[in-house]
Design a protein around this ligand. Structure first.
Ligand SMILES: [Zn+2]
Length: 218
């Protein structure tokens, strides 16, 4: 960046500046039209996106994900038949199985990463979106949105799903496998969650929350 440019940026107020999350390039914030996006000129990372009807679309996705959460965890992921004996496996059953065997720590970890944290994350998102939609509970909304960002790193449904796929491939030769309804719900939940994360535009949420907080201050 030239001296002239950095000098010009120095005089701008902080709200006018934006730093690229990936390559740290400092730029002047662009005011986006609805439906437009801004990308970093250096590395191409999406800086901000203004998505149309973002809150309503996200609310639909978060409610879908919450509805799928229970069948995904408590309905059978697969039916396994070995030597004529059929057993049915659910995510919850897997957690209980690990806990009651010698692997209490692993059981607890699977319980946290596949059940508790994904649910906490979805509830945080639901609350934040309701806060923005209804314009109430702003301070708590900000706190929960920050909490959601911390939880994001800990919810590992994708990793858990990979584990299921690996075990299916390994068991295929040994046993007769039938995929259960729980598996379909689990995959749908995974999709809903990824879609939600892509749709929920961070800067729009922060903007809405801080605007409301400013209003509350007056
Ligand atoms: Zn960049």
């Amino acid at each position: 960046m030239s001296e002239l440019e950095s000098g010009a940026l120095k005089d701008l107020p902080l709200e006018e500046l934006v730093a690229c999350h990936e390559c740290d390039l400092l730029m002047r914030r662009q005011h986006l039209e609805p439906g437009h996006k801004a990308a970093c000129p250096r590395c191409g990372y999406e800086l901000e996106a203004h998505r149309l009807h973002m809150v309503k679309r996200c609310l639909a996705l978060v409610i879908t994900a919450l509805l799928l959460y229970i069948p995904a965890n408590f309905l059978p992921i697969m039916h396994i038949t070995i030597l004529g004996q059929t057993s049915t496996d659910t995510v919850w059953g897997g957690v209980q199985g690990l806990y009651s065997s010698d692997m209490k720590g692993v059981g607890l970890l699977v319980f946290l990463c596949s059940m508790v944290i994904p649910l906490a994350k979805l509830l945080c998102q639901l609350f934040v979106l309701l806060t923005v939609q209804l314009g109430v509970g702003r301070q708590l909304g900000m706190l929960l949105h920050r909490g959601y960002h911390h939880l994001r790193e800990w919810g590992m449904l994708e990793v858990y799903f990979m584990g299921i796929l690996v075990s299916i491939v390994k068991l295929m030769d040994l046993a007769e496998l039938h995929v259960g309804v729980g598996m379909a719900c689990f995959i749908a939940l995974l999709f809903a969650q990824v879609w939600l994360e892509v749709t929920m535009s961070d800067h729009q949420i922060w903007h809405a929350l801080s605007e409301e907080a400013d209003d509350a201050g007056h």
